[in-house]
Design a protein around this ligand. Structure first.
Ligand code: 6PG
Length: 252
């Protein structure tokens, strides 16, 4: 079932990005205080990199033991290593390349053309193995401290798009996606099973073009129509939105 959605509104996109970054910084610090490490799932898209860029401007950046942060991706565009459209590439440029991360804890999806990325299916299978190897015994994936998710105007999250068969791939942790409506067409995505294995899920959404999707996501909707409505954290589900994205919300 997961935690009931909570909405936090910010006046502007920049305030949303800065506030989400501050929230993430605190969440990482708290996770490490409690458990010695932190597992975070990053998101692609413009908000994903905006939050990392805001984090990079934070005076508290060094309060996190970055060598004990495990980074994962909610989805990846299936492109060659270093391609500018890869979420990993964009996130590294936004901040990650400047952090003292432990490379063994940075879990990128295999790039197209690598040994593990012969096909998107191979890359998804490899990622499933990576997730399982970092999980508690018997679990398919780590219990993520925070899963960050951007949301598309159609209500997609990660690379789980409305009406697509991947929405029903509940036996897997990661799947290949072909002919995605958002370019590039070929992707690898975590499934609902993995995305929901999280203490907290945070949706970070900016812009009036997302207002309908946000309203359906917060209110609840059929999973095949609004994938974002189907992901909740075990302890907390946050919708972090600017005023444009909140335009169709009532009572929040
Ligand atoms: C991707 C993202 C995708 C993104 C949403 C929102 O690979 O494109 O994972 O799910 O988060 O489309 O993107 P924006 O934040 O840029 O609106």
């Amino acid at each position: 079932m997961g935690a009931r959605p909570e909405v936090v509104r910010h006046r502007t996109r920049d305030l949303l990005s800065a506030a989400a970054a501050a929230r993430l910084l605190t969440a990482l610090i708290d996770a490490q205080a409690a458990r010695g490490e932190a597992h975070v799932v990053l998101t692609g898209g413009s908000m994903g990199s905006a939050i990392l860029a805001s984090l990079g401007d934070s005076a508290g950046l060094d309060a996190v033991a970055w060598d004990r942060v495990s980074l994962w991706w909610g989805d990846e565009r299936f492109l060659p290593d270093g391609h500018p459209d890869r979420n990993e590439t964009q996130n590294r440029l936004a901040l990650l390349e400047r952090l003292p991360l432990d490379p063994t804890r940075v879990h990128a999806v295999a790039p197209q053309g690598s040994d593990a990325g012969r096909t998107a299916e191979d890359a998804a299978a490899d990622y499933t193995r990576q997730l399982a190897s970092a999980a508690a015994p018997g679990e398919p994936s780590p219990l993520f401290d925070v899963v960050l998710l951007g949301v598309g105007p159609d209500g997609h999250i990660a690379s789980l798009f409305p009406g697509r068969p991947e929405l029903d791939a509940t036996r897997h942790s990661a799947v290949a996606v072909h002919d995605a409506p958002k370019p590039p067409p070929t992707r690898v995505s975590l499934t609902f099973r993995a995305l929901q294995h999280a203490r907290e899920v945070w949706f970070i959404v900016s812009g009036s073009d997302k207002a309908d999707a946000v309203a359906r996501g917060v209110r609840g909707d059929d999973v095949h129509r609004t994938p974002a409505a189907h992901v909740r954290g075990e302890m907390r589900t946050l919708w972090l939105v600017d005023e444009g994205a909140a335009a169709r919300l009532t009572g929040h």
